[in-house]
Design a protein around this ligand. Structure first.
Ligand SMILES: [Zn+2]
Length: 69
């Protein structure tokens, strides 16, 4: 990894940060069932916003060289 941020984070904290990011991603992931989404047959505004957050968290994790799964 060429990212200069990664070596600055101690291994123990990286683990915690990785877990926090993974939790944040799963929290923001659109629900499997959403009546709003079903009615319009596409992601509703709330789910779209959540998905955007989840993707941003994943991108942050990748930028930090973490495997957030
Ligand atoms: Zn929805």
């Amino acid at each position: 990894m060429s990212d200069p941020l990664v070596p600055l984070i101690p291994a123990g904290l990286r683990e915690v940060l990785c877990q926090a990011l993974a939790d944040a991603v799963s929290y923001r992931d659109p629900p499997l069932e959403c009546l709003d989404c079903e009615q319009r047959d596409e992601l509703c505004a709330v789910c779209s916003a959540g998905l955007a957050h989840a993707r941003a968290y994943l991108a942050l994790g990748r930028a930090l060289g973490m495997d957030t799964r």
